[in-house]
Design a protein around this ligand. Structure first.
Ligand code: ADP
Ligand code: MG
Length: 326
C-alpha cells in the first residue's frame, strides 16, 4: 500500500508519546514551539541509527523504533536531565504500513512511558535510517558532565554489562549461545532500559557520568580524558550479566570480562562520585531496584589500569566501537 508523506505523518507520528502542556505547537507547522521553564536549562542530544551499521537488517520494526529513542534517553540520563520532547528524522526505502505501525508503537510507547512528546521531524526516502533528537531539562548548572571526576572518587556502574555484546557476537556467528540465553541477550540488545529514573534519583550526588554505549573502557576513557585523571578498575567487581556468567565455564573469566569491558550497547550508567556518598547512592538506587557496583577508583596518574583479583594487570584492549577505525 502506497502512503503519501502527509498521510504517514498524520497516521503514525502526529500524536505519539505523552501529551504535554508545555508544547505550544507540535507536529504540523514549520517548527515546534516549546515552553522551556525560566528556571531550567535545555539539554539536547541527537543520535542516528543506520540499518546494517547500528542494527542488523533483520531487526523487528518495533525494536528499531524503541532503540532509536532508548539511546537518546540514555544520553539524557547521563546528563541528569529529565526527558521532555523529541523530534524524529526517518529515512525509509519504501512506505510500508505494517512496518510503520510497529515502528511508531515501539518509539511512541517508550516516549509515553518516559513522558516525552514527539513534536516534529522529517521524512525522506532512502536506505533505512532513524535520527532521534531528545530534549531534556535540568536545573541551572545541574547538568552532569564528563569532566568532574577527581582522584579518590569511586567509579560506579548500574545494572550488568556484556549481554548486548554477547548478542552481537551470537548474531555474527562468532559465539554460540544456548537458545534461552540467546533470547535474553537479544532482548538486552534490542530493548535496553535507559536509566532515566536512576539518573534523576542520583542528582546532587554524582560528579561525572556517561552512558555505556561503546563499552565501559571506551566510555570511562572519555570521563578520564575530560577530567584530566586516570583510573584503576577492579575486574572482580565488574557486574557481568547472567548471560556472560553462564559463559564463564566455557570461555574463561578473562574472555567474559573483556566482552563486558569492550562490548557496547549496554546503556547502563557509568558514574563517578565521592566514596562518602556511596551509602546514599546505594539507598537511592536500591529503592528503584537498580543494582550498582563500585568497579574502581579515580587516580591522579593518567590512563586506565585493569587489575585482576590476584593483582595481575590485564592488558586493556583500548576497545569500544569506533566507526572510522581502520
Ligand atoms: P516542512 O516541509 O515545512 O519542513 P514537513 O512536510 O517536512 O514540513 O513536515 C510537516 C510537519 O510534520 C512538520 O511539523 C514536521 O515537524 C512534521 N513531521 C515530519 N516528519 C515527521 C516525523 N517523522 N515525525 C514527526 N513529525 C514529523
Ligand atoms: Mg517548512
Amino acid at each position: 500500500m502506497a502512503l503519501a508523506e502527509f498521510e504517514i505523518i498524520h497516521r503514525y507520528f502526529s500524536a505519539q508519546g505523552a501529551a504535554r502542556a508545555d508544547v505550544a505547537c507540535g507536529v504540523g507547522d514549520d517548527g515546534a514551539v516549546l515552553r522551556v521553564p525560566p528556571d531550567r536549562e535545555l539539554v539536547v542530544s541527537l543520535d542516528t541509527l543506520v540499518e546494517a551499521v547500528h542494527f542488523p537488517a533483520a531487526t523487528p520494526a518495533g525494536a528499531v523504533g524503541y532503540k532509536a529513542l532508548a539511546v537518546g534517553l540514555s544520553d539524557l540520563a547521563a546528563m541528569g536531565a529529565e526527558p521532555a520532547w523529541l523530534t524524529l528524522g526517518l529515512t525509509l526505502p519504501r512506505p510500508d504500513a505494517s512496518w510503520l505501525e510497529a515502528f511508531s508503537a515501539g518509539l511512541g510507547g517508550l516516549a509515553a512511558r518516559h513522558g516525552l512528546a514527539l513534536v516534529g521531524g522529517d521524512l525522506t526516502r532512502g536506505p533505512l535510517a532513524v535520527t532521534v533528537q531528545v530534549h531534556g531539562l535540568v536545573p541551572p548548572g545541574g547538568a552532569v558532565l564528563r569532566r568532574g571526576a577527581r582522584p579518590g572518587d569511586g567509579i560506579y556502574v548500574t545494572g550488568e554489562l556484556g549481554a548486548a555484546a554477547a548478542a552481537v557476537a551470537h548474531l555474527r556467528g562468532e559465539l554460540s549461545l544456548p537458545p534461552d540465553l540467546a533470547v535474553v541477550a537479544r532482548r538486552r540488545l534490542e530493548r535496553p532500559q535507559p536509566r532515566v529514573a536512576e539518573a534523576l534519583a542520583l542528582r546532587g550526588l554524582v560528579r561525572a557520568a556517561i552512558d555505556v554505549s561503546d563499552g565501559l573502557l571506551a566510555d570511562l576513557g572519555h570521563i578520564l580524558e575530560a577530567s584530566g585523571v586516570g583510573a584503576r578498575l577492579e575486574l572482580q567487581a565488574l557486574p557481568l550479566h547472567e548471560v556472560l556468567q553462564a559463559l564463564v565455564p566455557r570461555l574463561g573469566l578473562e574472555t567474559c570480562q573483556r566482552l563486558a569491558l569492550a562490548g557496547g550497547d549496554d546503556y547502563e550508567l557509568c558514574f563517578v562520585a565521592p566514596v562518602q556518598a556511596e551509602a546514599e547512592i546505594s539507598a537511592r538506587l536500591a529503592a528503584l531496584r537498580c543494582p550498582v557496583a563500585r568497579v574502581g577508583v579515580i587516580e591522579v596518574h593518567p590512563g586506565l589500569r585493569c587489575r585482576q583479583a590476584d593483582g595481575r594487570l590485564l592488558s586493556c584492549p583500548d576497545g569500544g566501537y569506533e566507526h572510522f577505525h581502520e
